[in-house]
Design a protein around this ligand. Structure first.
Ligand code: MRU
Length: 357
């Protein structure tokens, strides 16, 4: 099984396939639970380890969990008898988190490739060895996972180029959660647009929402933007309305976990609030996501399953209880923004403005 390394300048790879001196492959992830205090890595050698890393948010963000799961299916195919192992791994990985469609999308891509190869079909050609002997199913799965990873970075760079066109010089941009390098295999979606605008000399500055309760903004987006040298200021989520009212936000840009066929957008909890506020203040509200986030099989946002996570994420802060003992909390990880509140969706194919009702 071959080695790959996807590099996104200035930041270590969010995830990469590594092979040790004995030829054993593993998925190496930045452990996002430990940022920004510590840049540590997790080595996933089993399907269970990949599933655990996704569930526990060691790796998170829609495209990143898709790519991680793709490598998880490859590990299953390697360790557990080819197609049967890939199918068993797919079932375990699919059950980890329900909202981001990129997870199922990537799993299905790898599974389809393995099934095609197992059935002796040529598929798209990547299952065939140059030496004509035919690749093993595990190798087919791994190659497909590499392709998903590489395609993600390419899509993000294309998205960045399209999205940067929408960013005025000196724009003050509000973003939510982390839709950056760490949420993808590299470069980022919403943060990718900000990066591309920065690289194009448009001198954007960023308001980073802290993103309660898991603090992806304060911990991850802030860390990324600091490393990239892009000027950014951290704000409590609840300050967004005040910032807009005082005329300090020129545009909002967020990522997405699933975009329904009608254009409704599921993204990190708090996104809907920002979209309503942006509409009230006449501020553009952009969503940047690869086409793998668009789910034609889900008709509207009402059909999207929103993950509900452990109450402790709300009742505790960094492991310290902040609510009285016995207090019940609700913890929806995502919300759904109606298409009508979205100014435009930016994908690797270009910019789409939803029809206005
Ligand atoms: O719970 P998370 O951290 O996985 O949620 C991530 C988000 O909501 C991101 O905004 C979304 O996945 C887009 S990432 C490019």
């Amino acid at each position: 099984l071959e080695e790959t390394c996807v590099i996104s300048s200035g930041l270590p790879p969010t995830l990469e396939w590594t092979v040790d001196e004995r030829g054993n492959g593993a998925l190496r992830l930045i452990d996002q639970r430990r940022l920004p205090g510590e840049l540590a890595f997790v080595e996933c050698r089993t399907v269970a380890a990949v599933a655990h890393a996704i569930r526990e948010l060691a790796v998170r963000g829609a495209p990143a969990i898709g790519a991680a799961a793709a490598y998880g299916v490859a590990i299953g195919a390697r360790d557990d008898g080819g197609l049967a192992g890939a199918e068993a791994a797919a079932a375990v990985l699919r059950a980890t988190r329900p909202t981001a469609v990129n997870l199922a999308w990537a799993i299905d891509r790898v599974l389809d490739a393995v099934r095609s190869a197992a059935g002796g079909e040529a598929g798209d050609g990547i299952g065939e060895d140059e030496d004509g002997a035919g690749a093993g199913l595990a190798e087919v799965a791994l190659r497909f996972a590499h392709r998903i990873a590489a395609d993600d970075v390419a899509a993000n760079r294309a998205m960045g180029a399209h999205g940067a066109e929408l960013v005025p010089f000196g724009a003050r941009i509000l973003t939510h959660c982390n839709a950056g390098h760490l949420a993808t295999v590299g470069y980022g979606t919403a943060v990718g647009v900000i990066r591309a605008a920065w690289e194009a000399g448009k001198a954007p500055t960023v308001w980073v929402d802290e993103t309660r309760p898991v603090l992806q903004g304060a911990r991850l987006t802030a860390w990324e933007l600091q490393r990239l040298g892009i000027p950014a200021t951290l704000v409590a989520d609840v300050m967004a309305g005040s910032l807009m009212a005082s005329g300090d936000v020129d545009l909002v840009i967020v990522g997405a976990d699933r975009i329904a066929a009608n254009g409704d957008v599921a993204n990190k909890i708090g996104t809907y609030t920002l979209a309503v506020l942006a509409r009230h203040h006449g501020i553009p509200f952009y969503v940047a996501a690869p086409t793998s986030t668009i789910d034609a099989a889900t008709a509207t946002g009402a059909d999207i399953v929103v993950e509900e996570r452990d109450q402790a994420e709300v009742t505790e802060l960094a492991g310290v209880r902040i609510a009285p003992a016995g207090m019940v909390a609700r913890n929806r990880a995502f919300d759904v923004t109606p298409a009508a509140l979205v100014t435009a969706v930016i994908t690797e194919r270009g910019v789409t403005r939803p029809p206005r009702s």
